[in-house]
Design a protein around this ligand. Structure first.
Ligand code: NDP
Length: 284
């Protein structure tokens, strides 16, 4: 079997065309969706992610702004900027690009964002609401993964889903969304005893670790849907995921590539959350 590729660029473009129409309709009534991105430090990968987000806003008729600070900026200056953006009616979504420099407590910074503008969905209220099935904003990466299943008609009810990785921003919310969709979910992490045995049972396998080649074709159940969230940079500068694509695509029924899979969908769902926030603000 050669897996069908789930193309995040194509799906993202399709969804963004609809967002653009909604954004234009909203702008005609006086509200242009606005996203503000805060970047601290000069991490090269973070700069690329921020640029991609700002470009996506421009293509979708959103207002966007970036606030870039040197790594040694006072924490209070960043918190003051967030307070200013919380009160700015032009801004419907605030995103702090992670990781922050070590001396920042990321939790404190994220909690400073007004819940109604927390378009990354990382605040504790959002996470709690997600567990209860009533999120204000669904975290963008897992939200984008769910769109792949919806678009490709991949069933989740009653399926065995294995999520590898238990971070607050990907693994945990991913597991929660799959559980809400009716899958039976196993979450694996660095202490898991037999990763291969768990993965081999998965109808739905999500890799969100950050380790090149962690998941090989031999670990995949024939006919599974494999979603590779991982982003790793090889010595030659090329990007790859956590899944060994060449061997996995011979076993899986569906697979996402890296790049061009989950990455573009994460940005697409950031636009979705920002648009939703703007629509809520306009109708308030
Ligand atoms: P974290 O580093 O926060 O979490 C990694 C998780 O992987 C941890 O739960 C860790 O376990 C687990 N892990 C580490 N080693 C193993 C192992 N050998 N076997 C099983 N599990 C293991 O990363 P993130 O969740 O933030 O990101 C994961 C990956 O996804 C990264 O490559 C990141 O760049 C990428 N990413 C991609 C996005 C996209 O848009 N495509 C968006 C966000 C992230 P433990 O908890 O025990 O330490």
């Amino acid at each position: 079997m050669t897996a069908k590729i789930l193309d995040g660029k194509a799906l993202g473009q399709k969804l963004r065309a609809g967002f653009r129409q909604r954004a234009e309709a909203l702008a005609a009534q006086g509200t242009r969706p606005g996203l503000s991105v805060i970047l601290v430090g000069d991490d090269a990968a973070s700069r690329v992610y921020v640029r991609n987000k700002v470009n996506a806003c421009a293509q979708t008729c959103f207002h966007s702004e970036q606030h870039i600070y040197p790594a040694d900026v006072e924490v209070s200056a960043v918190l003051a900027k967030i307070a200013e953006l919380n009160a700015d009616p032009k801004i419907h979504g605030i995103l702090v690009q992670l990781p922050l420099p070590r001396r920042f407590d990321a939790g404190t910074v994220l909690e400073a964002i007004a819940p109604a503008k927390d378009v990354d969905g990382f605040r504790a209220e959002n996470v709690g609401a997600l567990i209860q099935g009533q999120p204000c904003f669904i975290p963008c990466t897992p939200y984008g993964v769910m769109k792949f299943f919806e678009d490709a008609g991949i069933p989740l009810k009653g399926q065995e889903a294995v999520v590898v990785g238990r971070s607050n921003i990907v693994g945990k919310p991913m597991a929660m969304l799959l559980m809400h969709a009716g899958a039976t979910v196993t979450v694996c992490h660095s202490q898991t005893r037999d990763l291969q045995a768990h993965c081999r049972r998965a109808d739905i396998l999500i890799a969100a670790v950050g380790k090149t080649g962690l998941i090989t074709g031999a670990m995949i159940k024939p006919g599974a849907a494999v979603i590779d969230v991982g982003i790793n940079r090889l010595a030659d500068g090329k990007l790859c995921g956590d899944v060994d694509f060449a061997s996995a695509r011979e076993v899986a029924a569906f697979i996402t590539p890296v790049p061009g899979g989950v990455g573009p969908m994460t940005i697409t769902m950031l636009l979705a959350n920002t648009l939703e926030s703007a629509e809520r603000a306009a109708s308030a």
